[in-house]
Design a protein around this ligand. Structure first.
Ligand code: DON
Length: 571
């Protein structure tokens, strides 16, 4: 293959379906990653869950932008082309590692409005009000994306801010052809979108649903993006866009007010650091549980012989590790600016040794409590990874939470608002939309950030970036990142195989082991059942968009997850 040549990964879903049939036919239980195109590049690489946005990032790299510039451009472009998760009305985390070694997390997670209260989603009897934290204006928290992308650009960007918004403005005003995946996703969420007149008008054309190939034009969103290009984040948090958000909130009985927007700030945080078999792991600290969970699990697994990937032995050890890390997540994690979170204790080697002992000696001994079954999961959050020619790297995961967030579009401004309030503990001990049980540490308070599972991660080998990755998937995110990392670092797979390989997930409660049904042999499944695991199956988990760099030669290899329609592009 030519250097940097990219085969359209629109083919991926088709490839994965064909491969699936082959796998089932052979009963092999392995994903034939060799059927997927290799995307190799010498200089820069962008991997995102939607091809036009990935191309937008590549254009910025080729125009002399660095990885942060490209990430900002991808972030805005996805807000146009991937409205189910790409956003300016949501929030997330950007992990940046510069070639010189400096690393930082831009925390632009949403915040609870000033008028939010601990029991705001409960009725007078203390019972949860159905859907209240998930649907409509009251489910929305103060959006952080515009502040986060602007802060990243101000600190580390090279190209002018306005330049970075150009691709998004072009895609919004000129339109783009709706992909098969987007048409399907819009149709499947038509119930949510039709509850809001603006969302129904823009995304469902008032009932004439989009077919694949038809153009989606978003003139109001283009206007909003032009304003942000011209005036920066000020217009979003203090100017015309802030007023539009507040007006929509008043009309739809939401809580976000101008004062909430005015005080919002993205924060720079120290990355959480760990090591695994000599490599350095950089990830995010609270208010995400991602870094703590990932490093806690890697510490437990580091000295163990993990055997053959996806064998009974390997799955058992990893699943028992997952179970314990998620039990700790449920018990201890929340926004560390509000609650005391024992991140150091949970990521200490001494604690890992204790957990390891328990895992090696025991079978499932954590008492079982009732949980809510895991819901069907689609790709609602979105991750992208960028590396530039100098070796600067960005791992960015951001979201509206559920697909199309709260379903509410800001009137006159053309963008959807998140439903991130559901990530709080709306009632201690009661599961959220991802079936996750959470503690007091994550209860609602004004200006607090809800606990996330987003896990943008970078691995550094001998002082150079080796891996850049992350994934959507709600509660499954941390385990997806863990498995892709283990596939590379412990099982020595190349990045395509590591990303394509079948996944499993245990989150303590509900007490079940979830498997991608196509990926495991009948023998392994039988052994897991005999060992007492309650098995559940999902078609797919996560959508990991990853880059691996050969630290000796500098070659960059991109892997868009074949489970969804993403794309890796390089030059
Ligand atoms: O921050 C979190 O962990 C969730 N709001 C992420 C939601 C998500 O990944 C949905 N996607 N599949």
């Amino acid at each position: 293959m030519r250097i940097g040549e990219v085969i359209s990964q629109h083919l991926y879903p088709a490839v994965s379906r064909i491969s699936l049939i082959v796998v089932i036919a052979l009963g092999a239980g392995l994903f034939p990653a060799d059927a997927l195109p290799q995307v190799a590049a010498r200089h820069g690489m962008v991997v995102a869950s939607e091809p036009l946005a990935a191309e937008a990032g590549l254009g910025i790299l080729k125009a002399g932008g660095n990885a942060v510039d490209a990430a900002v451009a991808v972030g805005f472009a996805l807000a146009v082309t991937h409205p189910q998760a790409g956003n300016i009305g949501g929030g997330g985390f950007m992990l940046i590692r510069l070639a010189g070694g400096e690393a930082v997390v831009v925390d632009y997670r949403e915040e609870a409005p000033g008028a939010a209260t601990r029991n705001m989603y409960l009725d007078e009897r203390g019972e949860a009000i159905a859907d209240a934290s998930m649907v409509g204006a009251r489910a929305a928290a103060i959006p952080g994306t515009v502040a986060g992308l602007a802060l990243a650009h101000k600190k580390y960007g090279k190209l002018p801010w306005t330049r970075l918004l150009q691709p998004a403005i072009r895609l919004a005003s000129g339109g783009f052809p709706v992909s098969y995946d987007l048409a399907k996703s819009l149709r499947s969420e038509s119930g949510l979108l039709s509850r809001d007149p603006e969302s129904r008008r823009i995304f469902l054309r008032n009932g004439r649903e989009y077919e694949a190939g038809e153009m989606l034009r978003q003139p109001q969103l283009a206007g909003t993006l032009r304003r942000i290009a011209a005036s920066g984040p000020r217009v979003f948090y203090r100017g015309a866009i802030a007023r539009a958000i507040a007006a929509t909130m008043e009309k739809r009985r939401g809580l976000i007010r101008i004062e909430d927007l005015r005080q919002y700030q993205a924060r720079l945080r120290e990355p959480l650091r760990g090591t695994f078999r000599g490599d350095e792991i950089l990830s995010v600290s609270p208010p995400s549980s991602g870094g703590v969970g990932l490093i806690e699990m890697l510490n437990v697994l580091e000295p163990l012989d993990l055997g053959t990937p996806n064998s009974f032995h390997s799955i058992r050890i990893i699943a028992e590790t997952m179970r314990r890390a998620y039990a700790d997540r449920a018990a201890y994690l929340g926004d560390a600016d509000f609650s005391s979170v024992p991140s150091h204790g949970l990521t200490s080697r001494a604690y890992a040794a204790k957990l390891r002992e328990e895992i090696l000696q025991s079978r499932a001994e954590i008492p079982v409590q009732p949980g809510k079954p895991l819901p069907y999961e689609s790709s609602e959050t979105t991750h992208f990874s960028v590396v530039d020619s100098a070796g600067n790297a960005v791992a960015n995961t951001y979201t509206l939470n559920g697909s199309y967030g709260s379903g509410v579009t800001v009137e006159g401004a053309g963008f959807l608002l998140n439903n991130e309030m559901d990530d709080f503990t709306t009632q201690p001990g009661v599961a959220n939309m991802f079936g996750l049980i959470q503690s007091e540490a994550n209860t609602i308070a004004p200006r607090k950030r809800p606990l996330s599972s987003m896990t943008p991660t970078i691995v550094v080998h001998d002082g150079k970036v080796q891996l850049v990755l992350g994934s959507p998937g709600g509660g499954t995110i941390i385990n997806t990142v863990l498995q892709v990392l283990l596939n590379v670092l412990a099982f020595k797979m190349d990045i395509r195989r590591a990303v394509a390989s079948p996944r499993f997930h245990h989150q303590w409660m509900p007490d079940q082991l979830v498997l991608e049904g196509w990926g495991f042999s009948a023998d392994t499944i039988q052994k897991l059942e005999e060992a007492g695991y309650k098995l559940e199956y999902r078609e797919h988990m996560g959508a990991c968009e990853a880059i691996e760099i050969d630290t000796q030669t500098g070659w960059r290899f991109g892997a868009a997850d074949p489970r969804t329609g993403g794309k890796a592009v390089g030059y």
